[in-house]
Design a protein around this ligand. Structure first.
Ligand code: NAD
Ligand code: GLY
Length: 364
């Protein structure tokens, strides 16, 4: 389908729609249905605002609109920047019935969502994601927050948006490298839950790289449906939701060690998924043929195959700050098959040590 379609994330009285399709920002009735508040703070960044703020502003005509335009980049996903959004809310004299609208990728969405969670103990926010990664993952599910020099996404809150408006037309202006990074999260859904979707991706990855509209809408819708179902069952990540972090424990360590912004999140996740597949194979859980299929698909998507040489000790230090660590044990999302992931801390530490030595190096 290339026309707009709506999914619902079922969270009782906090349920919300995820509207997916091209041209949504120009469809006033769609925007009205998602953004009901009279007073709106649009949060965007210096790259996205010149491209996509005008149609959103036009669709919001008649409301009291304020804007907060942030510097672009993962390195700005900090507590200090959240302070700037909060200042903008106070300066605009926004009350509890306002809405924060996040127009941008996952960085803008995570910052704006966290500011909305904090302001006056929680106001509404609407996600208007403009990257593939944000449309398939970060805009859905209510994880908000910022980085700390000591670890990725260490400061944050669960705060669900009231709607997600995914205009797939905004992907037309997305740089190629960002599109590829988003594909890492798309492939993740096939790996954790849906072998059929993984096989579809093997057939259609070039269509996605070519931004073929029907292929994009199909993949985004399928990823959102998968995430919506998981979040509805386990909103606060007591169990199943952790599977959405396949590749992230390794990936977050790479992002933090390399310096936020130097590796894209999706690139780090792609390498992390290769490492998780390799570890699963070394434990005898995953066949070598499947490891090969995973590597091949990520490579065709133009994603990096190997991590930087950050060294085993530094990798372990950063991985120990991961939010899945329990009783001091690093729990990893590993694969039992393509389409079947599991969260476990039950593996011989020597297997992780040797995997790290062989991939990120014995020393930096
Ligand atoms: P991003 O927000 O940095 O966007 C990538 C780049 O593309 C930026 O330079 C941005 O300005 C630009 N951009 C965005 N939309 C554009 C468009 N339509 N046209 C041209 N340029 C555009 O990165 P991202 O990959 O979207 O998100 C990564 C972030 O999301 C990370 O911080 C990650 O931790 C977070 N994340 C959060 C969740 C969650 O559940 N909250 C899930 C996954 C990832
Ligand atoms: N991106 C992982 C999650 O939302 O749980």
């Amino acid at each position: 389908m290339t026309e707009a379609g709506t999914l619902t994330i079922d969270l009782g009285d906090r349920s919300y729609p995820i509207v997916i399709g091209p041209g949504l920002l120009a469809a006033r009735e769609r925007v009205d249905a998602c953004i009901r508040a009279r007073d709106v703070l649009v949060v965007s960044n210096q790259t996205v605002a010149p491209l996509w703020l005008a149609p959103l502003r036009a669709a919001l005509a008649g409301r009291r609109i304020s804007e907060c335009i942030l510097p672009d980049g993962e390195e700005h996903k900090t507590l200090a920047i959240v302070g700037r959004v909060l200042d903008a809310l106070v300066e605009a004299r926004m009350n509890r019935d306002c809405a924060v609208v996040a127009l941008g990728g996952g960085v803008v969405g995570d910052i704006a969502g966290f500011a909305a969670a904090c302001y006056q103990r929680g106001v509404d926010y609407v996600q208007v994601p403009t990257t593939l990664l944000a449309q398939v993952d970060s805009s859905v599910g209510g994880k908000t927050g910022v980085n700390h020099p000591g670890g990725k996404n260490l400061i944050g809150a669960f705060h669900q948006p009231v709607a997600v408006l995914s205009d797939t037309g905004t992907l037309d202006t997305l740089p190629e490298r960002e599109l590829r990074a988003g594909l890492a999260e798309v492939i993740k859904y096939g790996l954790i839950r849906d072998a059929g979707f993984f096989a579809w991706l093997e057939e259609h990855i070039e269509d996605l790289l070519a931004r073929e509209p029907a292929a994009l809408v199909y993949a985004i819708r399928l990823c959102c449906a998968c995430k919506a179902a998981i979040v509805a069952r386990d909103e606060h990540e007591r169990g199943e939701r952790a599977l959405l972090n396949l590749g992230h424990t390794f990936g977050h360590a790479i992002e933090a060690a390399a310096g936020y912004g130097s590796w894209l999140h999706g690139e780090a996740v792609a390498v992390g998924m290769t490492m998780a597949a390799e570890m699963s194979a070394r434990l005898g859980w995953l066949g070598r043929r499947d490891v090969g299929r995973i590597r091949a698909l990520l490579q065709r998507a133009g994603l990096p195959p190997d991590p930087p040489r950050l060294g085993r000790a530094r990798a372990l230090e950063l991985m120990r700050m991961d939010k899945k660590v329990a009783s001091g044990r690093i729990r990893l999302v590993l694969l039992e098959a393509i389409g079947r992931a599991t969260l476990t801390g039950d593996y011989p530490p020597a297997v992780l040590d040797s995997l790290l030595e062989d991939t990120v190096g014995k020393v930096a």
